[in-house]
Design a protein around this ligand. Structure first.
Ligand code: NAD
Length: 479
């Protein structure tokens, strides 16, 4: 069978780079072979996007017409929702219910930015003396959107929908682990009436296709979601090229349980925060801080629930946790748990692969709780991106804030307490872009999202999510 083509200028294109395969992490089977974009293919994609973004058809399209196309992309995705969810499940192994939720979230993101596109305006400053000044917002031009494997469609939607609303052309480079859904979305967009060349997808490895895209002189901005190390490498190239970047990077987010919290609600929130998606979420609450007075009671409850969590095939509706997204990634997660053992960590639950024969061919790993370490341990400082929770005690609010902020990351934080004044104080003191109080992982497309410290630069979603893809121009008019 010939490799799956990617999508440029409104049509499928077979790349000239070396092919690669997508593998189902639940079974180890190959899903399909894919075509990869070489530097020459990237060149062709950028040329097509440049031509499309400068075309009168796109430049002069009224916002409400652009909004209608973006809304029709959402309709097309809704009509293909089952297939999009199945693709994600086959490629990153998340359980089917979660894949369906993520597809629904991606569709809602397109609908939100369609509405924003209709309402976006310019600003006029009243005449000072004898002139009028106006601020208009113009597109950047050609945007490169590079996305990770953990939530491929939602991450793509957060970039593509606002970049289209802002009038840009986009080239998406999805992760080589989850390359296919983006190709289907590009086809849906073409059918929705998006002019050829405005949304293109090139597949391939990060070090080849990704680097070629970031270095290409025709790309005017890079919007990246992925690991902090990769973000730093991309940021260096963009700094040299003097082009803007938006970087959504890794995290090591604290989930904090005070002694006055509703402990049952907190257990459920902590479990969802770390084990949903097998811990492969940028906002995973991977450091659990528990006040010493309730530490034993809380950890006992958490251990019982963790050991009862249904790990199974992602196709099974009863499964709450599927495999990790790839076999090399499971090796890495196992390696981090071994490091915790060597550092003197106490494995309270999990810490190994499941024993069921039915799961033996997949990249499964049990939900794992580790105690007995301090916040200085490597597993408390480094992002594991797996179902591994490090549990740390704290004495009082000051001790908690110092420990929680002792991290290079600053993406998210959960606070469980019945004291609303304390919730406010801690929310303001924690260095993170998103804070949840008595909840975890609630996200709204209307609320800006991004990281403090090494978790990123820039804010996606909301109105700021469109401004990211625009440049302001001041126009002065003699009156
Ligand atoms: P990754 O950094 O390995 O890869 C992300 C993307 O970058 C992929 O498409 C990859 O092919 C590409 N890439 C890799 N090297 C590149 C290079 N040198 N130049 C250009 N492109 C390159 O990340 P991943 O393993 O796919 O995803 C997991 C990471 O993503 C975690 O660290 C997670 O926290 C982070 N993440 C962050 C957010 C957020 O919003 N902050 C959301 C999801 C995931």
């Amino acid at each position: 069978m010939s490799p799956l083509p990617f999508f440029v200028s409104g049509k499928p294109v077979t790349g000239t780079g070396p092919t690669f395969v997508s593998r189902n992490p639940a079974t180890g089977e190959v899903n399909y072979e894919l075509s990869a974009a070489s530097a020459a293919d990237v060149d062709a994609a950028v040329a097509s996007a440049q031509q499309a973004v400068r075309s009168a058809a796109w430049r002069n399209m009224r916002p409400h017409e652009r909004a209608r196309i973006i809304a029709r992309i959402a309709d097309g995705m809704a009509a293909n929702a089952d297939e999009l969810a199945a693709i994600q499940m086959r490629e990153n192994g998340k359980v089917i219910a979660e894949c369906r939720t993520q597809v629904a979230s991606a569709i809602a993101t397109f609908r939100y930015f369609a509405a924003v596109c209709e309402t976006l305006g310019s600003e006029v400053t009243p005449a000072r003396g004898d002139y009028l000044s106006m601020t208009v917002y113009e597109p950047m031009g050609v945007i490169a959107a590079i996305t990770p494997w953990n939530s491929p469609l939602t991450m793509e939607a957060q970039k593509v929908a606002p970049a289209l609303a802002a009038g840009n052309a986009i080239i998406v480079k999805p992760s080589e682990v989850t390359p296919t859904a983006a190709i289907l979305v590009a086809r849906i967009a073409a059918e929705a009436g998006l002019p050829p060349g405005i949304l293109n997808v090139v597949t391939g490895l990060g070090g080849d296709t990704g680097v070629a895209l970031v270095q290409h002189p025709g790309v005017r901005m890079v919007s990246f979601t992925g690991g902090t190390g990769t973000g730093r490498a991309i940021g260096r190239i963009c700094a040299d090229r003097l082009i803007p970047t938006a970087l959504e990077l890794g995290g090591k987010s604290p989930n904090i349980v005070f002694e006055d919290a509703d402990l049952d609600a907190a257990v459920a929130g902590v479990m969802g925060g770390i084990f949903e998606g097998s811990g492969q979420s940028c906002v995973a609450g991977s450091r659990l801080f528990v006040q010493k007075s309730v530490y034993n009671a809380f950890v006992d409850r958490l251990k019982a629930k963790t050991e009862a969590l249904a790990v199974g095939m992602p196709t099974e509706p009863a499964s709450k946790m599927g495999p990790l997204a790839s076999f090399p990634h499971r090796d890495r997660v196992e390696g981090m748990v071994d490091i915790a053992r060597k550092e003197g960590g106490d494995i309270i639950a999990g810490g190994r692969r499941p024993e069921q024969a039915a799961l033996a061919n997949g990249a499964f790993y049990l939900p794992t709780l580790i105690g007995g370490l301090t916040n200085a341990a490597r597993v408390a400082q480094e992002e594991i991106f797996g179902p591994v929770l490090v549990i740390l005690p704290f004495s009082d609010e000051a001790d908690l804030v110092a420990q929680a902020n002792d991290s290079v990351y600053g993406l998210a934080c959960g606070i469980w307490t019945a004291d609303y004044r304390r919730a406010w104080r801690v929310a303001r003191a924690i260095e993170a872009g998103t804070i949840w109080i008595n909840t975890y992982k609630q996200l709204s497309v209307a609320t800006p999202f991004g990281g403090f410290k090494e978790s990123g630069i820039g804010r996606e979603k909301g109105i700021s999510g469109v401004r990211l893809y625009q440049q302001a121009k001041g126009i002065y008019w003699d009156m």
